[in-house]
Design a protein around this ligand. Structure first.
Ligand SMILES: Nc1ncnc2c1ncn2[C@@H]1O[C@H](COP(=O)(O)OP(=O)(O)OP(=O)(O)O)[C@@H](O)[C@H]1O
Ligand SMILES: [Mg+2]
Length: 159
């Protein structure tokens, strides 16, 4: 992998899900992020495709349950099949949170330090410094109705 930002244009939800699946494959082989949880922070406007992205990751990880947006419940957890790189996919939507304290109130410190967790969090900007810089930062930009630009920060693909 090259040590540079990865930027992809997708023309359908399925293509966005394929990008999510390939990110998952990179992360499961990256010892640098193991030893604590793996966090993917998804930035982008309403309807950009953050939840679509998480669905793609869940499918790639073998989740059979339907992944629904956690906007109202804030957090949903999906147990992963035996042999997966993580035990649990934790999907958080911070849209309704107003500070990092509200994230901590959800038990974030424990969730975020458990190496068995792959955490995907939408609206990370809502919780200030609650999401650590070591997260994999993914930006999804709405270009037009079906087109999105997905940028994944460079450190993810580094050594
Ligand atoms: N290339 C694409 N990639 C992803 N989604 C796309 C694409 N083209 C169209 N879409 C549509 O855009 C919408 C994205 O919705 P989604 O719920 O994933 O957004 P979101 O970023 O999670 O929004 P919110 O901030 O409200 O949670 C879906 O209806 C999806 O079908
Ligand atoms: Mg969403």
């Amino acid at each position: 992998m090259v040590d540079m930002e990865v930027c992809e244009i997708t023309c359908s939800p399925e293509e966005t899900q394929a990008v999510a699946a390939s990110l998952v494959r990179v992360l499961m082989n990256k010892p640098g992020v193991r030893g604590t949880s793996t966090i993917v922070a998804l930035r982008g406007d309403l309807g950009a495709g953050k939840t679509v992205f998480v669905k793609g990751a869940a499918m790639a990880l073998g989740v059979r349950e339907t992944v629904r947006s956690p906007t109202f419940v804030v957090e949903r957890r999906y147990p992963l099949p035996e042999g997966a790189a993580w035990r649990t996919l934790v999907h958080i939507d911070a849209y309704r949170l107003e500070s990092e304290d509200e994230l901590y109130a959800l038990g974030w410190e424990q969730v975020a330090t458990d190496p068995g967790n792959l955490i995907m969090i939408e609206w990370p900007g809502q919780v200030g410094f609650g999401v650590p810089e070591r997260a994999v930062w993914v930006d999804i930009e709405h270009l037009d109705e079906k087109t999105r630009q997905i940028t994944i920060d460079g450190a993810t693909y580094g050594a």
